[in-house]
Design a protein around this ligand. Sequence first.
Ligand code: HEM
Length: 563
Amino acid sequence: MINPSINYNLTSLSSSSSGDVAGYFISRRLFFLQDIQILELLLALVVFIAIHSLRQKKHCGLPVWPVLGMLPSLVSGLQCNMYEWISDVLCDQNGTFRFKGPWFSSLNCVVTADPRNLEHLLKTKFPNYPKGQYFRDTVGDLLGGGIFNADDEKWQRQRKTASIEFHSTKFRQLTTESLLELVHSRLLPVLENAVNNSISIDIQDILLRLTFDNVCMIAFGVDPGCLRPGLPDIPFARAFEDATEATVLRFVTPTCIWKVTRFLDLGSEKKLKRSIKDVDEFAEDVIRTRKKELSIQSEDDKKKQRLDLLTVFMGLRDENGKPFSDRFLRDICVNFILAGRDTSSVAMSWFFWLLDSHPAVEEKILAEICKIISEREDLDPKTPLVFRPEEMKKMDYLHAALSEALRLYPSVPVDHKEVAEDDIFPDGTVLKKGTKVIYAIYAMGRMEAVWGSDCREFKPERWLRIIDGRFMSESAYKFTAFNGGPRLCLGKDFAYYQMKFAVASILYRYHVKVVKDHPVVPKLALTMYMKHGLKVNLVKREESELQKYLNVRLQCSSKNGIH
Ligand code: HEM
């Protein structure tokens, strides 16, 4: 901007100093200053017009910059909470927008949170929306040909076999028994130790250890012991975590760059290579040992003893009638560990965080638990309380509260598909072959159009039938935390069972109080971890507190606690 006072002085000085050398120089200097100011003004104007004209190119409400596309908006979204940023844009754009990334990146995609589009891509036109080559390339080093990363027949074969296994009575028995053992002989003692020593704990870390031990039992039939006293550092668990973190980085790095870095064995690619090597060594060791064990067992023993996925797949043949390769067996197990490890534990962490600020919900959960156990005919107050499978089924309010936590904080916040042939979404979005489609599960929970004006509130009641208070499920295309259609989460029932069992066992014994001012933000990862974990203090429940809910008197053998 021109300063008007200088302009005024300029005119008066130049006119009053004609013939005066000093005045001449002064006036020249001031003219020079004026020239500079005009130049500055022109320059500012050019920059302003350039910026303005570039910014004028808006698409879906977001500025599109030359070369960079919408990247600057994404980067500013990343500074705060990326999932909130996506939610805001989607709410603004009625549920779908097209993201234009830099020309050199792989970020161009269509982002949607419209249930009609989700039903279309997950069910109606399922074959037209595979995981695709981009996803396979990006996660291939870690996941290989496992279920998460496979399409078509390769996926179908694994899905079918695993589905039969997951729904078999024996398998359910194995998983419930191993969970019971882990909760009662590892989780609760670790929590009790924290209470007795008055120490805060990171409950997300504890729950991750619980589900890691549990899923390794299911997948490999081995117990890594992450939740043993002292919470030891388990190299396999660490390698697994490092490998998933480094893999996620590939999604936000241009493909050509991470491929060159991988070739040169630098940075996160070096870390990825090393951690995958450690994961592979662990898997190879387990596979070798299992093969040896099976080779010296009779057929009858084999059937009786092991029900883990590794043993099941070892007994099968591929499409050529040959046993599966060790590499493929490794891929199957690694994929199941990824599927079952973080998802349930982060869901429980967000649940405990929400509960901390919703005491009325905690009261209702407690009332429900107590009502259920008071119906036991053989309730023995002297023995530690272990919830029974049939009791878990009756916990409708807890089921609703966990679903509500998952609606607001889905363990998989965004998911990905690729368009196989040109298509049009029900909302009219045109999709060219090869387009990447991101479905924003986190954003869906925040869309008024989907959940109503109270969508951001934590209200388990929205999941209950008014007439009898029983749990009421929702369409998988509106509540997509477990995916939907043919690729619906295979572990959904088990996950609910596991979460209800662990949460009920904890809440019955302790108040879980989040440490004051503990920062809670999601981490950018495949699964929605809390970036700083969840620091909590546990407070033992008094017997008198539960008395108001129980019809029967609980006599605790310990002084003031609940078994
Ligand atoms: C709260 C817990 C869980 C949540 C929110 C959850 C969510 C999901 C989601 C969103 C998918 C789709 C992923 C994709 O295709 O990109 C999925 C798939 C899958 N989940 Fe879960 N999951 C949970 C727990 C589990 C557990 C405990 C297991 C097994 C032990 C499991 C096994 C699987 C498998 C095998 C698939 C792949 C299905 C397929 O592609 O056909 N999940 N899950």
